[in-house]
Ligand binder design. Structure first.
Ligand code: PBG
Length: 325
């Protein structure tokens, strides 16, 4: 064969041909929009390290969700920014608590929107850890009981999916059993399966005000150096009947997304976290990178790596671009 008989550039010659051979298409259906729900009314506080992301009281959140629904984004995830914390997480477990009220208000107005809730205690406990603390340790099995109560309370309020982000051992089995026992066997669980102890969560801790007051999360979140352990975690959650598995963060973990994708037929979610969001915005503001282009490239890469669902603060911005307006 005389060189070059094979010319890959033939399939890049025009926009039409490039469209024909494009392998990965990002769509609005891939997006899940995380939101921060605060106590009070009329609250709309922009998070300093996350441009265009707000802590919103329920009334303000409903306005924002109207836009989310108009853009065709299928699902949201709710984090709480409560005005008081304690050592037991009483407010988090209250059937009339902040998230429970938010879920009811949102489902009432937007019944077709999929509303997922964060099941974790770091935003609700004074010490900012994801579980029950005794001395300096985060106690696993006592936390499972509380997580189960929280999941039941959210599901009873009408949450369509519950999503534990705490990284305690055995929580998927515990929550599944508790939901089933409460007659809530239809409610799926999205498990944060491979959640790394990551510095990319920095801006989230401003947004949700849940930074640990002592120590760090390395005794429960994963060591980011570990790929095989990420697969072990995902397989455990699958064995415990998770309905979705998640990898978090996303951008520095595309290899993990890919490997989890090979291991399961469940839908795989990836969380494009606060630090990944802040990074692109900072470069845009410095005039160093183009935000819209780097955003679409990033989200497409996460999908190409194997994610079916992308949790991203860019959801509205991406949806606007994808819909061509
Ligand atoms: C808390 C939680 C965190 C995030 C989601 N749930 C922070 C943490 O574990 O410290 C991070 C999300 C983000 O950075 O966008 N369990």
């Amino acid at each position: 064969m005389t060189f070059p008989a094979t010319r890959p550039r033939r399939l890049r010659a025009s926009p039409g041909i490039r469209r024909m051979v494009r392998e990965t298409r990002l769509g609005v259906d891939d997006l899940l929009y995380p939101m921060f729900i605060a106590d009070g009314t009329g609250v709309r506080n922009e998070v300093p390290s996350m441009p265009e992301v707000f802590q919103l009281s329920i009334d303000e959140a409903l306005k924002e969700i109207e836009e989310v629904v108009e853009l065709g984004i299928p699902a949201i995830n709710l984090f709480g920014v409560p005005d008081h914390k304690d050592l037991e997480g009483k407010y988090a477990l209250d059937d009339n608590g902040l998230i429970q009220q938010a879920v009811r208000a949102i489902k009432d107005k937007f019944p077709d929107l999929v509303v997922m809730t964060d099941v974790c205690f770091c935003e609700w406990l004074e010490h900012g850890h994801c579980g029950v603390v005794r001395g300096e340790s985060i106690v696993n099995d006592e936390t499972l009981e509380k997580l189960s109560q929280m999941a039941i309370s959210h599901a009873k309020a009408g949450a369509d999916i519950v999503s534990p982000s705490d990284m305690m051992d055995g929580r998927i089995q515990a929550i599944r059993g508790a939901l089933d026992g409460a007659g809530l066997s239809e409610v799926p669980i999205m498990a944060y399966s491979a959640k790394m102890a990551s510095a990319f969560y920095g801006p989230f801790r401003d947004a949700a005000q849940g930074a640990p007051q002592f120590g760090d999360r390395t005794t429960y979140q994963m060591d980011y150096a570990n790929g095989r352990e990420a697969i072990k975690e995902a397989l455990l959650d699958i064995a415990e009947a998770a309905d979705f598995v998640m990898v978090k963060p996303a951008l520095a973990y595309l290899d993990i997304i890919w490997r989890v994708r090979q291991e399961t037929h469940l839908p795989v979610a990836a969380y494009n976290v606060s630090g990944e969001y802040a990074m692109l915005w900072a470069a845009e503001r410095a005039g160093w990178l183009e935000l819209d282009k780097t955003m679409l490239e990033t989200l497409t890469a996460i999908k190409r790596a194997g994610a079916d669902i992308i949790l991203t603060y860019f959801a509205k911005r991406a949806a606007r671009l994808l819909q061509g307006n």
